[in-house]
Design a protein around this ligand. Structure first.
Ligand code: FAD
Length: 427
């Protein structure tokens, strides 16, 4: 049996950032990854995907994007190369091709059974990703067996789909990007839209992520929001990282010929029924965007850098006053339904009572109620950007300090990090 002070499960950005922080503190650890570094960017993303965060936001502990195009958006192969470089930028004790099959308590430590043998760890960090498994509504089971059902993890490109039209369920970043590229490939797309958030790619001459960063919106903490559960489940902005920096929203899709409907309400074989709620959801998205832009305009007043004048706000809801509420897939020649309905997390290998009734990990800022078990990379773990490349590092630093204290290393400060605000986390 091998022993370690800290065993990290997962070699994505969270596992690597954690490893980098522990290495900086000289804390002995190992990172176990079932596939390769950044495996999900290699095998669970579609071909045309680019980050929706600009390159300058690819910032991790001890590493950041330093290429020639800070305002561009990395393709998935560039993301993989970026993380491969990160993993070799410090002596990361990484064991790839090793899956963790169970974690159980063992006399104050953790017995971790893997495909490569058993470990005894004093601490474990679960960094297996917030986008771990597709979240598909139960309605999917009522679809006719002849309709191909696809989740974004398995979608690659329009050419790989059967011929005919496509229904995309869900209009957050993923749904809207897939609807756009499939319609552009010459197929008829129907997109079913529930609650959503829209944003312009650029505002007042700057990228929207620049504004969210400068206005402190991405740094909002769990304590600062009204209801953290709601914030954790909030849809992602309808954004895409394209070389032309274009805004992508329901109106762009509508103009391209996509049929926009309300929320999927019922499924019966090849018949779909949609709520008559498109005005409600598009108007709600208008209100949220208007209030966000107002906040950015206020922030603009405090900036030292010059920005362009405020732009007039155009509501989109008047474009969506009529929408179909029923669709017969056979009559419409539609053979594929894509469930762009989000992600969930699964922990079948975790043999510790750490999950709530919904199967979510119990934690406060990544510190679980079981001493020595930590999680990293969860949505809104400590801040709104916790699951972003740009946010995971700050959370990793906090957990590394927590682990250092637990291991009796005292408080080892990582340069540049202030833990004064984290005193509520008990060791
Ligand atoms: C479609 C999409 C687009 C995104 N775009 C952006 C963006 O533009 N900018 C941004 O900042 N963020 C983006 N994100 C969010 C975030 O950056 C990614 O989800 C990122 O992959 C999260 O990194 P992670 O390390 O937390 O998890 P993951 O990348 O999921 O890594 C977890 C790792 O754990 C491994 N693993 C899982 N189970 C086990 C096990 N039992 N044993 C061993 N290993 C295991 C997996 O193989 C995987 O490599 C996007 C997310 C998605 C889904």
């Amino acid at each position: 049996m091998r022993r370690t002070d800290v065993l990290i499960v997962g070699g994505g950005q969270a596992g690597l950032a954690m490893s980098r922080c522990l290495a900086a503190m000289r804390i002995e650890h190992v990172v176990l990854e079932r596939g390769r570094v950044a495996e999900r960017w290699r095998s669970e993303r579609w071909d045309s995907l680019r980050l929706l965060t600009p390159n300058w936001m690819s910032r991790l502990p001890g590493f950041k994007y330093d290429g020639p195009d800070p305002d561009g958006f990395m393709s998935t192969s560039e993301v993989v190369a970026f993380f491969e470089r990160y993993a070799t930028s410090f002596p990361a004790p990484l064991e790839t091709g090793t899956s963790v099959d169970s974690i159980e308590a063992a006399h104050g430590q953790f017995r971790v059974t893997t495909s490569g043998g058993v470990w005894l760890a004093r601490n474990v960090v679960l960094a297996t990703g917030y986008a771990d498994a597709p979240l598909v509504p139960w309605l999917a089971a009522r679809l006719d067996a002849g309709v191909l059902q696809v989740v974004p993890r398995d979608y690659r490109s329009p050419a790989a789909l059967p011929r005919g039209g496509v229904v995309v369920i869900g209009a957050s970043a993923t749904g809207i990007q897939l609807a756009d590229e499939i319609q552009a490939s010459g197929r008829q797309v129907v997109i079913s839209t529930g609650q959503h958030l829209r944003a312009p790619r650029r505002y007042r001459g700057r990228d929207i992520m620049w504004w969210l960063d400068r206005a402190g919106i991405l740094d909002a903490t769990v304590e600062s929001v009204f209801d953290v559960d709601t914030s954790r489940q909030a849809p992602s902005f309808q954004l895409a990282g394209r070389p032309d920096h274009a805004t992508i929203d329901l109106e762009r899709l509508r103009r391209a010929g996509v049929i926009v409907t309300g929320r999927l309400k019922a499924v019966d074989g090849h018949r779909l029924q949609f709520d008559d709620d498109l005005v409600k959801t598009t108007a709600a998205a208008d209100v949220k965007l208007a209030s966000l832009l107002l906040r950015l305009d206020r922030a603009a007043g405090d900036l030292r850098e010059p920005v362009e004048a405020a732009e007039p706000f155009e509501p989109l809801w008047p474009e969506f006053v009529s929408a179909p509420t029923g669709l017969d897939l056979q009559d419409a020649g539609i053979e594929t339904v894509i469930w762009a309905t989000g992600y969930t997390r699964t922990y079948p290998w975790l043999k510790l009572p750490l999950l709530d009734a919904r199967g979510e990990l119990l934690h406060q800022g990544g510190v679980t109620p079981c001493a020595g078990v930590y999680a990293l990379g969860l949505p809104f773990q400590r801040t709104r950007k916790s699951a972003f490349i740009d946010g995971v590092g700050a959370d990793a630093r906090v957990l590394a300090e927590h682990i250092a204290v637990r291991l009796g290393h005292g408080v080892l400060r990582i340069p540049g990090h202030d833990t004064r605000h984290d005193s509520r986390i008990a060791v």
